[in-house]
Structures are given as structure tokens and as C-alpha cells.
Design a protein around this ligand. Structure first.
Ligand code: ADP
Ligand code: MG
Length: 340
């Protein structure tokens, strides 16, 4: 018997820039590379697919090795089980249960923080499994070092193996996730509508993204209406970013030139000084993200640059965005002014 959710498979998981590293790490463990990435520590915000990936590893492993002892537990349930084991004086059983597994999937480890007794129990479990070369996968909403009040002897251990992050999905990834989920649920969803939801939903949380789809689909079947952008606007109103004006090339140029205090003529020129080139790259990035336009259309706006130059600029912003907090803030501010 296993407590894995069979729906959470690799097949149902949409891979993109935001999660490909964590996905690859999970695939490696699922392929049986136990000692290489141990423990595997996956971190990322709420609803970004950590639990899903973890179960996917377990499901894949059990397909291949049905006898393997794979155990999934959230840190909260671990704590609850421990408390009742303490009460009923069954600590030996409790310890035995966790120390005899081959693969331990330990979800949301950040909730152990500040809980002394369960932290301690987990510490011994961890050591016992690690010493006998059993695989441990952990998830958290933060990196080991960032978890407040987490004991250092644990956080250092969490970093012994591989740490992989999951970032919020891009609009393209959100669209792909919606399309995939619609297919799984037999919902007739047009790609245009999916893109509309992906672009306009306030939240980056995939669970909420899927929630929006379910809501829309329910509304559509209750009222016998097809799923259209109009219906999405109506049913998802509260969840959508308000777009009072339609974004165009010009609004993006206006917002970027104002924010960076550069002249439009300079932005469109061939000048390559950083103070001009950087806002230019950001404007290109925003056009690509918001307007669903081609690279050469963007190139044309910027004095006939070719599409590979544009692509290079956009890629460099995308890459920076993953790490650069300041740029993330800048983009947020620019997006706000675009929508207001
Ligand atoms: P987390 O554990 O990070 O909070 P979950 O794994 O519970 O997030 O994911 C929330 C929901 O979103 C689940 O229904 C999951 O199947 C779905 N989900 C998240 N990421 C993806 C993805 N990349 N592809 C498909 N479904 C996803
Ligand atoms: Mg989770």
C-alpha cells in the first residue's frame, strides 16, 4: 500500500523554464540515481508543483520497482503522528515506520521549524536513512538557510545533496498548464482563452490557475455556454488583473521611457550604452510577453533590428529575471503602470 496520489505523474506535469531544473532532478531520482542527489531539496512558492513532482517520483519508482518502500508524508502529519505515538507510547513503532523506508518523501519541511520534538525525531530519521543510503526528498517554500527558526544541524544536512528551485510560471507555461489540464478533464478549451486567463490572472499560483479553469468550465456547463474570453471575463472577474486599456507597442514604449527617463528616439536608436540598451531590452521583453507579437515586429519598432538580436535581448532579460530581485521589482512596477 502506498499513500501516493496517482494523478501526480510526470506525464501530467508541464515542464518549462520555471521548473525544468527541479523536474530534471526529480527524473534523475526516479530513474534510480539515489546516491547522487541525496537529499534532493526542492523549494518554491505555494502552488508551484512541489508536491506534484514529489509524488511523480514516487509513482515512477513504484512502477519500476514495485517492492520499493516509498513513503510520502507532510511534516504536519509527521508531527501529528509523533504526538499520538507519544501519547499511546508507541514511539518505537513510529520510528520503525520511518526508518525502514527506501525512499522518504517529506513535504513542506518548513513547518517543522520551531517544533523542537518533531525536529529532533526528524533529525534521527534523516540520519538513519541517510547513513543507510536511502533516498530522501524534501520540499519547502524557502531555501534551507532561509527557513526561520530551523535548526542549523538540519539546514546544513538539507544542503548535502542537491537544492533545486521552482519559479513562478511564465505566461507561456501557464497557458500550457491550462491546455494540459483541460485535456485531462475533457474541457473544451481554446488556446486563445487559455492565453487570456494565463495573461490576466492575478496569481502565479498553479493551483489557483487550475481553480479558475474549473470555475469557468463549471459555469459553462451550468449555463450551456461555450468557453470564451467573454465568459472568462464574466466568471473570473474577481481573479483577473483589471485591464482598463489595451496594451499596445506605444503604451509599452511610453511606460518604459517614463520609468527609465530616456527619450523615445534614443530607445529606438542604435545606441548601446547601458542606460539606453537596458531599458530597450526590457521594452522588447515586455512586448514579447504582453503582445503576443513576432520577434521581427519588435525588431522593426527598434530601427529594423533583426529577430536574432531581439531574441538575444529578450533571453538576457529572462535569464536575469530569475535571479535579479531588482529587475523583478522593476518589471512588476512596469506591469502595474501598463495595466493602470
Ligand atoms: P506546491 O506543493 O508547490 O504547493 P502542488 O504540487 O500542490 O504545489 O501543485 C498545485 C496544483 O498545481 C496541483 O494540482 C498540481 O497538479 C498543479 N501543478 C503545479 N505545477 C504544475 C505543472 N508544471 N504542470 C501541471 N500541473 C501543475
Ligand atoms: Mg505542496
Amino acid at each position: 500500500t502506498t499513500n501516493l496520489n496517482k494523478q501526480y505523474t510526470f506525464d501530467n506535469f508541464v515542464v518549462g523554464n520555471s521548473n525544468n531544473f527541479a523536474h530534471a532532478a526529480c527524473m534523475a531520482v526516479a530513474d534510480g540515481y539515489f546516491h547522487t542527489y541525496n537529499p534532493l531539496f526542492i523549494y518554491g512558492g505555494v502552488g508551484l508543483g512541489k508536491t506534484h513532482l514529489m509524488h511523480a517520483v514516487g509513482n515512477r519508482l513504484l512502477e519500476k520497482f514495485p517492492k520499493l518502500r516509498v513513503l510520502y508524508i507532510s511534516s504536519e502529519n509527521f508531527t501529528n503522528e509523533m504526538i499520538s505515538a507519544l501519547k499511546s507510547k508507541k514511539m518505537d513503532e513510529f520510528r520503525e515506520k520511518y526508518r525502514k523506508v527506501d525512499v522518504l518523501l517529506f513535504d513542506d519541511v518548513q513547518f517543522l521549524a520551531g517544533k523542537q520534538r518533531s525536529t529532533e525525531e526528524f533529525f534521527y530519521t534523516f540520519n538513519s536513512l541517510y547513513d543507510s543510503q536511502k533516498q530522501i526528498i524534501l520540499t519547502s517554500d524557502k531555501t534551507p538557510a532561509e527557513i526561520p527558526e530551523m535548526e542549523e544541524r538540519l539546514t546544513t544536512r538539507f544542503a548535502w545533496g542537491l537544492i533545486a528551485d521552482i519559479q513562478p510560471p511564465s505566461v507561456e507555461e501557464k497557458t500550457a498548464i491550462l491546455m494540459k489540464r483541460a485535456e485531462l478533464m475533457n474541457i473544451d478549451l481554446n488556446e486563445k482563452v487559455a492565453l487570456f486567463i494565463a495573461e490576466n490572472l492575478k496569481s502565479d499560483n498553479v493551483r489557483e490557475l487550475i481553480g479558475a479553469l474549473i470555475r469557468l468550465s463549471a459555469y459553462s456547463s451550468f449555463n450551456g455556454e461555450p468557453i470564451t474570453i467573454e465568459l472568462a471575463k464574466k466568471t473570473l472577474d474577481r481573479f483577473l488583473i483589471k485591464k482598463d486599456k489595451i496594451i499596445t507597442f506605444d503604451t509599452i514604449l511610453k511606460v518604459v521611457t517614463e520609468y527609465f527617463n530616456v527619450k523615445l528616439s534614443e530607445l529606438k536608436s542604435k545606441k548601446r550604452t547601458k542606460s539606453i540598451a537596458y531599458p530597450r531590452q526590457i521594452a522588447m521583453y515586455l512586448m514579447r510577453e504582453k503582445l503576443n507579437c513576432s520577434l521581427s515586429e519588435i525588431g522593426e519598432i527598434f530601427g529594423g533590428r533583426d529577430h536574432s538580436t531581439v531574441l538575444h535581448s529578450i533571453n538576457s532579460i529572462e535569464k536575469k529575471l530569475k535571479k535579479d530581485k531588482e529587475l523583478q521589482e522593476t518589471i512588476k512596477i512596469l506591469e502595474k503602470s501598463l495595466y493602470n
